[in-house]
Ligand binder design. Structure first.
Ligand SMILES: *[C@@H]1O[C@H](CO)[C@@H](O)[C@H](O)[C@H]1NC(C)=O
Ligand SMILES: *[C@@H]1O[C@H](CO)[C@@H](O)[C@H](O)[C@H]1NC(C)=O
Ligand SMILES: *[C@@H]1O[C@H](CO)[C@@H](O)[C@H](O)[C@H]1NC(C)=O
Ligand SMILES: *[C@@H]1O[C@H](CO)[C@@H](O)[C@H](O)[C@H]1NC(C)=O
Ligand SMILES: *[C@@H]1O[C@H](CO)[C@@H](O)[C@H](O)[C@H]1NC(C)=O
Length: 491
C-alpha cells in the first residue's frame, strides 16, 4: 500500500515545540442565547470584548466563502453541492492503476481503491475545502455579529450579511440544501456521501447564534430579504436532514452508538428549527436527544466510555461535552431544562465534566489540553462555582489567558480570579483549598498595538493582536496550519 505523506500532521508535529500563539479559537461548538448578550445579562465582559473584536477582524480577512470554490465537482456535476472526503481514507493506487504520477487528484479519487487507516488524516482532503471554508464562515459570523452588538458598528453586521448571501442565497455561489456528498470515502465505490459527513454542518448553531443576535438587534444591513431567504434555505435543508437516509443514520448514531456524532446531529437540527421559528420542533429534538442517546453517554463516575475508547480519549471527551452543553443551551432557549437530567447511570453533564477534568491529557494529546477549557467555563456558569473549583482550574491551566478567551463573555457568572484589568503584579488566589500564584496581565490593550509582555504565567496563546501577528509571523503561520488541521472533523 502506498502511503502519502501526511503533510499537515508533520507540520503540526514539527511546530508543536514552538510556544503557543493565540489565534482565533474554533470552539467545537457554540450556542448563545441572544437575550443574554442583548440584555447585558453578562456584565463581566472583561478582556473577552477585545478578543472578540480581534477575532472578528482575523476571521473576516478570509471571507466571503462559497461552496462552489473547488477544483472539481462531486459526482452530481453540480459545484453547488457541498462536498468533503472522509478524513481517514487513503488511496491505494497499486491495485487499479499502475502509474500514479500520471493521475490527477480527481482521477486518483475516482479510480484508486480507498482504504481506511483509523486516526491517520489524509491531507489530500484539503484539495476540496468546503468543510474548512464552512467552519471559517461560521466563526466569522459568530464573532462579527457579537462585535456588532458590542460596538454598534454596522460594518460587522454588513459582513455577516455578505457571508450569508454568498454561502446560502446568491444564485451563483449558494450551497444546495443537502449533504449528499459529505465525507465520501473515495474510489469506485466511494462516490457517495456517508452519514458521518452530517457532522460537517454542526457549526450551524454558531451561525444561528449570529443570526438570532442580528435578527433582534436589527442593524440596517439585516433586511427581511436576507432573513426570509435564509429561512427558506433552512426549511429545505431541515427537510433533507430529517428524511435523507444518511441523515437518519446519523440521528440514531448508527454503528457508532452513542458517540458525539449523534450529539452534534441534534445541535444542528435544533439550531435550525429555532432559526425557522419551529420552537416545538426544537424542543422535541432536544428531548429526543436527552431521552435517547444521552442516556447511555455518561457512566456513573462521569466517564464517557464510548469516547474514552477512541484514539484520542481526552479530545473526544471534550468534543462530546461541547456538543452536550450546546444541546442543553439550545434546550434552555426553548424552555427545556436538562442540566440536572441524569443518564441511565445517574450522571449529569457536570459529572462528565468533573471526570474529564480529573484525567489530564497524555503526552500524545497535550496539544488538545485547551479543548476542555470552554466546557469548564460553561459548567461553572451553569452549576455555580462556590468553591472556586472551576475558575481555579482555569487559572492554574491558563493564568490570565482564560479571562481573555472569547467564551469568557458568554460563560457568566465565572470568577476572573482577580486577573482581569489589573496592573501587572503577582497575585495569589485559592482554588479547591490550594493557593496558586499567577502573574497578572497588563491591562489588555488589544487593537493594533501589541500588549506588553507579562509574566510567564500568562498564556502567550491568548495575547494575539494584529501587531503581534507581524512579530510572530512565522509562528502565526504555524498556527494557521494547526487551525486548518483542526478543521478536520474527527470521526
Ligand atoms: C430582555 O429585554 C427585553 C426587552 O428588551 C425584555 O422583553 C425581556 O424580558 C428581557 N429578558 C430578560 C431575560 O431579561
Ligand atoms: C508515468 O506517467 C508520466 C506522465 O504520463 C510519465 O512522465 C512517467 O514517465 C510515467 N512513469 C512510469 C514509471 O511509467
Ligand atoms: C468593547 O470594546 C470596544 C473597543 O474598545 C468599545 O468601543 C466597546 O464599548 C466595548 N464594549 C463593551 C460592551 O464593553
Ligand atoms: C439542579 O437541581 C437543584 C436541586 O433541585 C437546583 O437547585 C439547581 O438549580 C438545578 N441546577 C440547574 C443548573 O438547573
Ligand atoms: C464546597 O466545599 C465545602 C467544604 O469543603 C463542601 O462541604 C461543599 O460540598 C463544596 N461544594 C461544592 C459545590 O463542591
Amino acid at each position: 500500500m502506498k502511503h502519502r505523506t501526511p503533510l499537515l500532521f508533520l507540520a503540526v508535529t514539527a511546530l508543536s515545540a514552538a510556544p503557543a500563539v493565540h489565534s482565533l479559537t474554533g470552539y467545537a461548538n457554540v450556542f448563545i442565547d441572544p437575550t443574554d448578550i442583548l440584555n447585558k445579562t453578562y456584565p463581566n465582559i472583561g478582556p473577552a470584548n477585545k478578543t472578540i473584536l480581534n477575532w472578528a477582524e482575523q476571521s473576516a480577512q478570509q471571507g466571503p466563502w462559497t461552496v462552489s470554490k473547488k477544483p472539481f465537482p462531486p459526482p452530481s456535476g453540480d459545484y453547488h453541492d457541498y462536498m468533503s472526503w472522509a478524513p481517514y481514507w487513503w488511496p491505494d493506487c497499486s491495485i487499479n492503476v499502475h502509474n500514479t504520477t500520471a493521475l490527477s487528484p480527481q482521477q486518483i479519487w475516482q479510480q484508486c481503491n480507498y482504504v481506511q487507516m483509523d486516526g491517520q488524516l489524509n491531507p489530500d482532503n484539503r484539495l476540496i475545502n468546503n468543510i474548512g471554508d464552512l467552519g471559517s464562515m461560521a466563526d466569522a459570523i459568530l464573532y462579527n455579529s457579537l462585535s456588532y452588538v458590542l460596538t454598534g458598528t454596522t460594518e460587522y453586521a454588513a459582513r455577516v450579511v455578505t457571508y450569508i448571501n454568498t454561502w446560502f442565497l446568491n444564485g451563483d455561489t449558494k450551497m444546495n440544501p443537502n449533504l449528499n456528498y459529505a465525507q465520501m470515502q473515495g474510489g469506485p465505490n466511494g462516490q457517495v456521501g456517508t452519514h458521518t459527513g452530517i457532522l460537517d454542518l454542526k457549526c450551524m448553531s454558531k451561525i444561528v447564534t449570529g443570526v438570532l443576535l442580528l435578527r433582534q438587534a436589527k442593524p440596517g444591513p439585516w433586511t427581511s430579504d436576507v432573513d426570509t431567504g435564509l429561512k427558506s434555505w433552512a426549511k429545505e435543508y431541515i427537510q433533507w436532514l430529517t428524511t435523507a437516509d444518511i441523515a437518519l443514520q446519523e440521528r440514531k448514531a448508527v454503528n457508532i452508538l452513542p458517540s458525539n456524532h449523534g450529539t452534534f446531529y441534534f445541535n444542528q437540527l435544533a439550531a435550525l428549527q429555532i432559526l425557522v421559528g419551529d420552537t416545538d420542533g426544537a424542543r422535541q429534538s432536544i428531548e429526543e436527544y436527552f431521552n435517547g442517546i444521552y442516556m447511555a453517554q455518561v457512566d456513573a463516575n462521569g466517564d464517557q466510555s464510548f469516547e474514552s475508547a477512541r484514539t484520542r480519549p481526552y479530545h473526544y471527551r471534550a468534543y462530546n461535552l461541547a456538543a452536550m452543553i450546546t444541546n442543553a443551551k439550545l434546550g434552555r432557549y426553548v424552555g427545556v431544562n436538562v442540566w440536572n437530567k441524569t443518564t441511565s447511570s445517574g450522571a449529569t453533564i457536570k459529572t462528565a465534566l468533573d471526570y474529564a477534568m480529573s484525567v489530564p491529557p497524555s503526552p500524545a494529546e497535550r496539544d488538545y489540553a485547551a479543548e476542555l477549557y470552554p466546557n469548564v467555563a460553561a459548567v461553572a456558569a451553569i452549576y455555580g462555582d462556590p468553591n472556586n473549583t472551576y475558575a481555579g482550574f482555569l487559572a492554574k491551566a491558563e493564568g490570565a489567558g482564560y479571562v481573555k478567551d472569547a467564551c469568557f463573555l458568554w460563560s457568566q457568572p465565572l470568577s476572573d480570579s482577580g486577573l482581569a484589568n489589573a496592573p501587572p503584579s503577582v497575585v495569589t488566589f485559592s482554588a479547591s483549598g490550594v493557593t496558586y500564584s499567577a502573574s497578572k496581565p497588563a491591562v489588555w490593550t488589544g487593537g493594533p498595538t501589541a500588549p506588553a509582555a507579562t509574566g510567564k504565567k500568562e498564556n502567550a496563546a491568548f495575547s494575539f493582536t494584529l501587531a503581534s501577528w507581524r512579530a510572530y509571523g512565522v509562528l502565526y503561520g504555524a498556527c494557521i496550519v494547526v487551525m486548518i488541521a483542526s478543521f478536520v472533523e474527527f470521526l
